[in-house]
Design a protein around this ligand. Structure first.
Ligand code: PGA
Length: 253
């Protein structure tokens, strides 16, 4: 059975002091994870060690970096390598978020390189895909997302893709308060699973956790997560409020 995941994406928010207050509040707020469920905290690089240590001893709770370099090591001032993340026991790395694709010019090929270097270091990518509004308006979102998957993931072996984590985040729904409808989310998630199934077979496709992202809130998470091909969410704004994110964790199926 594939994992159900509530992943927080704090983006470039919070000071360390604020982050610690948020994490303490969240840990004190009733939330429950069964053995098939995970909570993942995508926190800024400087807080990874700190937040990881706060989570020590808790089951099914992990930290994620929000990016990593596609280079191994060397003269790349300001970059953070997969090996560095591994050395501080990071679990997941969010890759290909639309903000990174747009503001930092991350290409399909660069993302394929980042995926490879993460896997080589035992880090599980959370690979983000999703279309802008202009593509949705011309109803070409299916082929747009298919290209994102093919160009950055389809060089992987079936074994590497088994148990992978993908986040579908329609760009028009990120930070806008405008969520995809439950039907739109299910339709795209089924499409993603189908594209993977055609290439790798149903067993691989069924093993992949496909998270929905884009204005997931405490009051809409349960309905979105209830869709058969939605395996949880990648949550921005609502992950910065302890009670809200606890409620989202409790909405996992
Ligand atoms: P949002 O962000 O929940 O604030 O829409 C989601 C994301 O960008 O991962």
């Amino acid at each position: 059975m594939r994992k159900q995941i509530a992943a927080a994406n704090w983006k470039m928010n919070l000071t360390l002091q604020e982050a610690e207050i948020l994490m303490d509040a969240l840990l004190a707020t009733p939330h429950d994870l069964n053995e098939n469920q995970e909570a993942v905290f995508g926190v800024p690089f400087p807080y990874l060690v700190n937040i990881k240590s706060k989570l020590a001893g808790r089951k099914n709770v992990f930290v994620a970096a929000q990016n990593c370099s596609d280079k191994k090591s060397g003269a790349y001032t300001g970059e953070v390598s997969a090996e560095m993340l591994k050395s501080i026991a990071v679990d997941y790395v969010i890759l290909g978020h639309s903000e990174r694709r747009e503001y930092f010019n991350e290409s399909h090929a660069m993302l394929a390189g980042k995926i490879n270097i993460c896997l080589e270091n035992g880090l599980q990518p959370i690979f983000c895909c999703g279309e802008p509004l202009s593509i949705r308006e011309t109803e070409s979102q299916n082929s747009y997302v298919e290209t994102q998957l093919k160009e950055s993931l389809f060089h992987l072996s079936a074994e590497q893709l088994t148990g992978f984590v993908i986040a579908y985040e329609p760009i028009w729904a990120i930070g806008t308060g405008k969520t995809a409808s439950n039907e739109q989310a299910q339709e795209m998630h089924a499409h993603i699973r189908n594209v993977i199934s055609n290439q790798y077979g149903a067993a691989v496709a069924d093993s992949i956790s496909i998270l929905y992202g884009g204005s997931v809130k405490a009051n809409n998470a349960a309905a979105i997560f209830a869709q058969p091909d939605v395996d949880g969410g990648l949550v921005g704004g609502a992950s910065l409020v302890a009670e809200d994110f606890a409620a989202i964790i409790n909405s996992l199926k």
